[in-house]
Unconditional design. Sequence first.
Length: 245
Amino acid sequence: MGKWHLGLHKSSGSDFHFHPLKQGFDYFYGLPLTNLRTCEPGQYLINIVYPALKPFNVLASGVVIGVTLYILYLAGVLNKITFLSLLTLVILISSAQAGWLLILSRLTCIVLKDYELVEQPVLLENLTARFTDEAVGFIHRNKDSPFLLYMSFAKVHTALFTTKPFVNHSVHGRYGDNVEEMDWSVGQIMAAVEELGLRKNTFVYFTSDNGPYIEEVSDTGEYHGGWSGIYKGGRRTQELLSLIS
């Protein structure tokens, strides 16, 4: 369950060579890539380099240029053919660029269920709740036989997201909200283990991957969620939960 950031394909775009189902797992529900900031509404990869390059700004710039061309046409600086040609070019370029920002940046924001694409773009808000429901359902379906559940949270990583009950729930901002929702999720999974009488026969362990974002810094210079130095615990990490029963 959750984030699978170990690749999907090897030789072609459809061989699924690195897919979880070809790496020993019998079921998969989650992100085939990492939690990308471009999957958050209003965020685009190009904004890392050009923060103001958003669809609305692109279209607004096109309108300004179009109005400027019209004024030049009325002033006699441009003839009709030149004006219409330039206006058409501006409309095509600004529309194509805005469309690219809206569509292309969302192509990798998907959720897979086994090999099936079930969501594009991904709806981040309740993603952790859905991961949790899938994990609890998996435990219930396999309660009578040995199982391995690998739960890889998409927290606490840019983009930060939480379901509505956890929004502004923590005094530590969005990062704190993420931690608290993840804690809730672990509690729900462990409650299912307890409810089904599997606690004494289940080995549970937590581990981590390379860690959360460290590039997010507040206006006051405070790091939120990560640390690039050798202190404060080094790189604070995302949590992974595994259960073997």
